[in-house]
Design a protein around this ligand. Structure first.
Ligand code: UT7
Length: 331
């Protein structure tokens, strides 16, 4: 019997309607469209409005559309992993809320938090369930409502982030397509440079934590930038070397969208030309766990069966990694 690999067989994305562009940010903080565009490549981002609308609203929309595209009933899903740093609640897991919303009554689910690397951690984790033969239809959701934890008075952070995400379906493949290899890394000593300090068990909410604005994501952008540029490029070069891949062998680089300059540095290090790099940061900003499924969704029509794809991410924690996969279908 041939080896079972885990292949993506459908992709769907979801972004909320409201567009927060750089011009509107100019009215909120001391910044300019020119500064944001030249430093990050971002022109606008989406924001999920509406009281009580948590991240599960976007996750559920993405999964509903995913099932429709693949022509399956949500009841056929046996595992749903929700990668997010902006869960609806501390508990229960947002994965459970999504499975309930979409009617995935036979699935078990859990949340996975690896910040901006969440989706690649989730994709690797979900693949193991497929490769072992224990599960046949695994959904990986990568979605974040960053506007819930962004301080719109902090100009060093708020310009980057937006809301949105997507979902992929993983199924067994016996043609050798799908996930070929992965490298996942983390370094907890980087925790202090990008974090939401309060709200968890170390600093539960108090009047003091709220007054100190500690329930928002904070970053030391320069330090994060330095690590991201090095680590994302290193790990992408490493996975190419481990699999004897040259730049010519690669059809697409799917990078986490945090800053265009980080993406450019990764592509340069891999020797991959710009037209092979998925880039939609100008429209959505950094949606944390959502960036990679949003790219796959937008580029799905251009992906061909057998294409070699490198996915790479870097995020808070620090966490980073890359995945080498062969695309499994023509759409
Ligand atoms: O997904 C993973 C998570 N995050 C990241 O990967 C983010 C990584 N970091 C970055 O993308 C960049 O560091 C930022 C975009 C956050 C900042 O860009 P930078 O080129 O590193 O700017 P900087 O922090 O060094 O600031 C340069 C100057 C400073 O002024 P002075 O001290 O030189 O006078 C800042 O005060 O730009 C100023 N500045 C701004 N000016 C206009 C900072 N934010 C803004 C702003 N508008 N929004």
């Amino acid at each position: 019997m041939s080896k079972i690999t885990a292949a993506i067989t459908a992709v769907n994305g979801y972004v909320p309607d409201y567009v927060l562009d750089n011009k509107e940010l100019e009215t909120m903080i001391e910044t300019t469209d020119e500064w944001i565009t030249s430093r990050t490549g971002i022109k606008e981002r989406r924001i999920l409005k509406g009281e009580g609308n948590g991240v599960s609203v976007m996750g559920a929309e993405a999964v509903r559309g995913l099932c429709k595209k693949r022509g399956i009933s949500p009841e056929e899903i046996d595992l749903l992993i929700c990668c997010t740093v902006t869960a609806d609640h501390i508990f229960p897991a947002t994965a459970n809320i999504i499975t309930d919303k979409v009617g995935a009554i036979n699935a078990f689910g859990f949340d996975l938090n690896a910040a901006c690397s969440g989706f690649i951690y989730g994709l690797v984790t979900g693949s193991k369930y497929i490769e072992s033969g224990s599960h046949k239809k695994v959904v990986i959701v990568g979605v974040d409502k960053m506007s819930a934890i962004v301080d719109y008075t902090d100009r060093a952070t708020c310009i980057i982030f937006g809301d949105g995400g997507g979902a992929v379906l993983l199924e067994p493949n016996e043609e050798g397509l799908g996930v070929q290899d992965s490298i996942l890394r983390s370094d907890g000593s980087g925790a202090k440079y990008l974090a939401q300090k309060a709200g968890g068990s170390a600093y539960p909410p108090t009047h003091e934590t709220i007054d100190a604005r500690e329930h928002y994501a904070r970053q030391d952008g320069k330090v994060v930038f330095k690590f991201a540029v090095t680590k994302m490029a290193d790990v992408s070069a490493e996975i190419m070397k481990n699999n004897n891949l040259s730049a010519d062998d690669i059809a697409w680089l799917v990078p986490h969208q945090a800053n265009k300059r980080i993406i450019d540095a990764t592509a340069r290090r891999m020797g991959v030309s710009d037209e092979k790099v998925m880039l939609n940061i100008e429209k959505y900003g950094n949606t944390t766990s959502g960036t990679i499924p949003l790219c796959l969704w937008e580029w799905e029509n251009q992906l061909k069966k057998g294409d070699n794809i490198i996915i790479a991410a870097f995020g808070g924690g620090f966490t980073w990694g890359s995945i080498y996969m062969k695309w499994a279908y023509n759409s």
